[in-house]
Ligand binder design. Structure first.
Ligand code: ATP
Ligand code: MG
Length: 363
């Protein structure tokens, strides 16, 4: 069983949206997936249309003596199971103040052998619950909108993960950053993407999640974009991100995405600068290469769902060449011009293709 925490100390960066859609995509790929909602506010639980559960069928049970998780009834949703949040988590939090209280979840997971992947959604703060998720996980995904505060939060999360690895969980891998709510028209999005790639290299996922109305619409019936809008940009982006994630979770088990031949990681290019805990707040480069600009301008974010799916295939070489300065100021928020509409190479769409095939067989 592989466990994965979705975490960014900044709010609103797409953690819950990412947890739900990666879980659904992995479920569609045939993996047995459990999502645990460890945010006491329970937005993921509500987003999936699950009512306030009885205490004994909620994440509250992770923090209960003499309870084995295999006795807890999980909510069954299309593609994955859910251990929902409970409003009683807030009360429990007040009692969880001993250093050993960060270990509850890791011990509880021993009782869940039937799942391939357990995915935690966490709140935007460092709490005993987010620490429980990190202590119980091997992987961390940090959804990060390429803007100032989410990037600061992502770097703080990186430091928290390093602390947890040092003190509590030596198996915890360095986080993977996943860009979310990307809008190619915004110049500052290019700049913050460039900044993170420059400093964190191949820990930044190639796939990016663009802004998509299909993801901001909640259906509250347990379905995800893969059911209600499988050809949308949101479905394709999360399908591609899940494909890429599988190469980290199960290296060797999954085929490489089709367009990896041109990707930075496939070229084996070195990370330009290792991440350090002393790094100051983000100071992104103020220049974007014309090639990178062309690449991202080809992503017509302003015309929802008319595009071909795009992964971030800008190479490390381009990024090294264009890393001219770490300007101390925030970039302008003004939009970049978007005139080049040439499309990128088609990205791997195996999950969406599988869904499409399944539907055409059924019709
Ligand atoms: N790619 C996207 N395109 C458009 N809207 C999005 C996208 N991703 C997330 N959103 C919307 O942005 C808002 C915040 O997303 P979400 O709840 O997933 O963030 P979060 O990090 O979990 O927030 P919190 O820190 O409050 O838990 C939601 O309204 C969601 O529907
Ligand atoms: Mg959330």
């Amino acid at each position: 069983m592989i466990s994965l925490a979705v975490c960014n100390h900044k709010g609103g960066t797409g953690k819950t949206t990412t947890a739900v859609h990666l879980a659904a995509a992995l479920g569609l790929s045939g993996y047995q997936v459990l999502v645990i909602d460890l945010d006491p506010q329970g937005f993921l639980t509500r987003m999936l249309g699950v009512d306030e559960p009885p205490e004994d069928a909620s994440a509250r049970m992770l923090f209960q003596y003499d309870t084995s998780l295999d006795q807890v009834e999980m909510q069954s949703l299309p593609g994955f199971d859910l251990l929902p949040s409970s409003s009683t988590l807030t009360k429990v939090m007040r009692r969880l103040n001993k250093p050993t209280d960060v270990l509850w979840t890791r011990e509880a997971l021993d009782d869940l052998p039937e799942y391939d992947v357990v995915l935690f959604d966490t709140a935007a703060a460092v709490t005993v619950f987010s620490l429980n998720a990190l202590v119980a996980s091997r992987y961390v995904i940090v959804p990060v909108t390429p803007e100032y505060q989410p990037v600061v939060g992502a770097e703080q999360t990186h430091r928290t993960v390093a602390m947890v690895r040092d003190k509590l969980n030596p198996d915890l891998e360095a986080p993977l950053f996943l860009f979310t709510q990307v809008d190619a028209r915004k110049r500052n999005h290019h700049q913050y993407r460039h900044y993170l790639r420059k400093h964190y290299g191949d820990r930044v996922m190639e796939s990016v999640i663009r802004t998509s109305a299909s993801l901001s619409t909640s259906h509250s019936d347990g379905t995800t974009v893969f059911e209600h809008d499988p050809y949308s940009r949101g479905a394709r982006d999360y399908a591609n991100a899940a494909d890429e994630l599988l190469t980290y979770l199960f290296p060797g088990d999954v085929s490489e995405p089709e367009d990896d031949a041109g990707s930075a990681s496939a070229q084996g290019e070195p990370v330009t600068q290792s991440a350090t805990d002393e790094r100051p707040a983000p100071t992104p480069s103020t220049t974007v290469s014309s090639e990178e600009q062309r690449h991202e301008d080809s992503d017509p974010s302003s015309t929802e769902d008319q595009d071909t799916a795009t992964t971030d295939t800008s190479s490390r070489t381009e990024e090294q060449d264009t890393a001219t300065s770490d300007a101390p100021s925030r970039p302008d928020e003004q939009d970049a011009s978007s005139t080049d509409t040439s499309s990128d190479e088609p990205a791997s769409l195996s999950i969406v293709e599988a869904l499409r095939a399944a539907r055409s067989v059924g019709s």
